[in-house]
Design a protein around this ligand. Structure first.
Ligand code: KG4
Ligand code: ZN
Length: 349
């Protein structure tokens, strides 16, 4: 089966071709919009939607070309339908529905967060469950118990900023540019975390929730009062964020009898976080899965992978599939299921 994956939930226009069950990513094309949003210090939703509209067609063409797959050889179309920017999502969903209808092939709507998790399964098919999953991106900081494929329980989440958002805001305060994660990571290499004391973000022992706004304020204060060199503040910030993310994940893994630790999302590209999570999981006797760098940030390969698993168990989306800004990973994707789709409903629109 050849699955065309489409991702447009935020500021990357992406398409991929995945061969299943071989789990071979035949092509993965990501057109970043970073240049477009950099001068605003964050993603501007209207600009993102318009750029997706311009780029998605060529990006899909390029993915098919690189995979050497003609369009009519595509067996199914998987698309991110939420959560994300609703206008941006709508571009991908409309394209996916049109292609599925025109080709007469199944359509599957994918939760973006589940996509991040499945980036790991492209390389690691044998997953021991349950797994404690930390999803850390520009929009999410979720600690999830994955009981089975498609069965998730929310253990904790951020009460304010997402971890990636905190990296972006701290980088902005330090004048390091956008996106903030890679910029902080670079700056921190020349810094000493012990040189500037920043508070640990919400270490509350009893809670699996996160909070990063206090740390962000502390960074702002450190910059205003010139409490340390930017590199030292960056190093201290990175130290505090990664420490709390790792501690809470491992604690939750132990408390819920997890057999694996999984990390996913853009912030999982951070070298210190990868190293600390790997060491802490090893100390707890648990295997850890972290995607390769290119599959941490938004891409369509991970969407095709999550879609493939759902298609394989007989799930389909109808052409009523929409774009859902607040889709929760513990909820089913609307207009999607094993029994919901029959030939008639596919042709309703
Ligand atoms: O998963 P992603 O590409 O998009 C969302 O779904 O949000 O994550 C983007 C986020 C940004 O906030 C970016 O600053 C952060 O991931 N990020 C990093 C690193 N690379 C990207 N954060 C820390 N260290 C990195 N190396
Ligand atoms: Zn993402």
């Amino acid at each position: 089966m050849l699955i065309l994956g489409i991702e447009t939930s935020c500021d990357e226009t992406a398409a991929a071709v995945l061969a299943w069950p071989e789990r071979r990513l035949r092509a993965s094309v990501v057109a970043s919009q970073v240049d477009l949003h950099a001068r605003y210090g964050g993603v501007v939703p209207e600009l993102a939607s318009r750029r997706h509209l311009e780029r998605l067609g060529p990006v899909i063409d390029e993915a098919l070309e690189r995979a050497a797959v003609p369009l009519d050889a595509v067996d199914a179309v998987a698309v991110t339908c939420g959560p994300g920017l609703v206008g941006a999502l709508a571009v991908g969903v409309a394209a996916a529905k049109s292609l599925a209808l025109a080709l007469g092939r199944p359509l599957i709507g994918v939760n973006h967060v589940e996509g991040h998790i499945y980036a790991n399964l492209l390389e690691h098919p044998d997953l021991a469950l349950p797994a404690a999953v930390l999803i850390v991106s520009g929009a999410h900081t979720d600690l999830v118990l994955m009981r089975d494929h498609g069965v998730y329980e929310m253990l904790g989440r951020t009460r304010d900023d997402a971890a990636g958002e905190a990296f972006d805001k701290a980088a902005r305060a330090l004048g390091l540019g956008y996106p903030g994660g890679p910029a902080i990571e670079r700056a921190a290499k020349a810094g000493r975390p012990e040189a500037v004391a920043l508070p640990l973000p919400f270490p509350d022992e009893g809670s699996s929730d996160f909070s990063f706004s206090g740390l962000k304020t502390a960074v702002l204060r450190a910059v205003e009062r010139q409490l340390g060199a930017p590199a030292d503040v960056a190093a201290s910030f990175q130290d505090a964020v990664t420490r709390v993310l790792v501690e809470k994940t491992i604690r939750a893994a132990r408390a819920h009898g997890a057999r694996t630790v999984i990390m996913a999302g853009g912030v999982a590209a951070n070298a210190m976080l990868r190293e600390r999570m790997t060491d802490a999981a090893a100390a707890a006797g648990l295997p850890v899965l972290i995607p390769p760098l290119v599959l941490c940030t938004d891409n369509a390969g991970m969407i095709a992978a999550a879609g493939a698993w759902r298609l394989a168990r007989g799930e389909r989306s109808t052409l009523h599939l929409g774009a859902y800004a607040d889709l929760d990973i513990t909820e089913p994707v609307p207009h999607t299921g094993i029994t919901e789709v029959d030939a008639g409903s596919e042709l309703e629109i």
